[in-house]
Design a protein around this ligand. Structure first.
Ligand SMILES: NC(=O)c1ccc[n+]([C@@H]2O[C@H](COP(=O)([O-])OP(=O)(O)OC[C@H]3O[C@@H](n4cnc5c(N)ncnc54)[C@H](O)[C@@H]3O)[C@@H](O)[C@H]2O)c1
Length: 317
């Protein structure tokens, strides 16, 4: 079926939203993409929207003839631990408000991201399978688990087209991260380019799965464009880029900036990271809709440093 409606991005000012919105504009044209967020922006077609405000949400959907919604608004793991009730409200009520749009026939398709935060201490840590023990230990992870079950429920019960990915830590140069446990892997490049020491909130050998932003955006578009008969996971697909540690990222930066140094000062986020997997088995995504990551650690380092250095040079001029 031809895609005729507009695309609404909720949380478009965030780390993922900024880049996903650009990719959607490239694909569908400026006219067909409505970026929205609770914070302001001067982006074309931008509307201010609090996803907790159901009336406002419905008005925007109707006025703009929205057919597809990308719901990215969330409170992430570290900020969620500092304000668990707020995390529950944004992450759960926001999702329910959007799921209800599809049940009421106001939109046809939804994308909503889950996270590796659904896993916990008792989950196998290496090559974590698609179907496994899911016992999150943070409020963020609990909301992602409940969210996955809601996506599967709406798909089955109401025949809703809801698609989801369990992103690992996302790294990109366009926007600063919003308060997650893998934020260090973005911050470290900013400090390296600024010529500063990086004080890392995780220990040197904390191994976690990551995905570079270009791969995350491509995965999202590929999943949303896959024919519905290729989708077999209605909760959320495992997704993997590469697995790395603060020490390995440091070594990779030092290949370009030999004087760069890091100091380890773990805080409460260490405990969150310790409850997450080291690597993820994304075989199901590969089989169902042909997923394959392209960017590894050294490609990521090169791209992050090149782009951040370019930006710094523009600022200095
Ligand atoms: N960044 C990662 O490493 C990562 C990893 C796994 C999953 N995810 C998921 O991807 C999605 C996007 O993450 P991100 O990194 O871009 O997050 P972010 O924190 O950078 O952005 C979230 C955006 O949502 C907006 N927002 C907050 N409350 C809102 C509300 N009530 N109404 C409308 N907008 C609101 C914020 O202003 C912000 O711009 C989230 O669901 C997150 O859980 C991210």
């Amino acid at each position: 079926m031809a895609h005729t409606g507009r695309v609404l991005v909720i949380g478009a000012n965030g780390q993922l939203g900024v880049e996903l919105t650009d990719a959607l504009v490239d694909r569908y044209g400026q006219d067909r993409v409505i970026p929205s967020d609770i914070t302001a922006s001067d982006r074309e077609n931008f509307v201010t929207l609090d996803v907790l405000n159901v009336e406002q949400l419905k008005d925007i959907v109707k006025e703009n003839q929205v057919s597809d919604v990308y719901l990215l608004a969330a409170l992430l793991s570290a900020r969620g631990e500092q304000n668990p009730m707020w995390a529950w409200r944004i992450n759960m009520d926001g999702l329910l408000n959007v799921l209800e749009l599809v049940r009421e026939g106001l939109v046809r398709k939804i994308f909503w991201p889950s996270s590796i935060a659904v896993f916990g201490q008792t989950t196998p840590k290496v090559n974590t399978p698609q179907e496994t023990i899911i016992s999150p230990e943070t409020m963020y992870g609990i909301t992602k688990l409940a969210g996955e079950r809601l996506c599967a429920y709406y798909s089955k019960k109401f025949n809703a087209d809801v698609r989801s990915l369990r992103y690992p830590g996302l790294v990109g140069h366009r926007a600063l991260p919003g308060g997650g446990t893998t934020d260090y892997a973005v911050d470290i490049y900013h400090k390296a380019v600024a010529g500063e020491v990086y004080h890392c909130f995780l220990m040197a050998n904390t191994r976690l799965p990551f995905l570079y932003m270009s791969d995350a955006v491509r995965a999202t578009l590929e999943l949303m464009q896959a024919p519905s008969d290729q989708i077999t996971v209605y909760s959320s697909y495992n997704l993997m880029g590469f697995s790395t540690t603060p020490a390995e990222i440091t070594a990779s930066i030092q290949q370009h900036i030999p004087g760069f140094t890091i100091e380890y000062e773990p805080d409460f986020r260490q405990q969150i990271a310790d409850s997450w997997p080291e690597s993820i088995d994304d075989q199901q995504a590969r089989e169902d809709w042909g997923w394959q990551a392209k960017i590894g650690l050294n490609e990521m380092t090169w791209d992050m440093l090149t782009n951040l250095e370019k930006r710094q040079a523009t600022l200095v001029k």
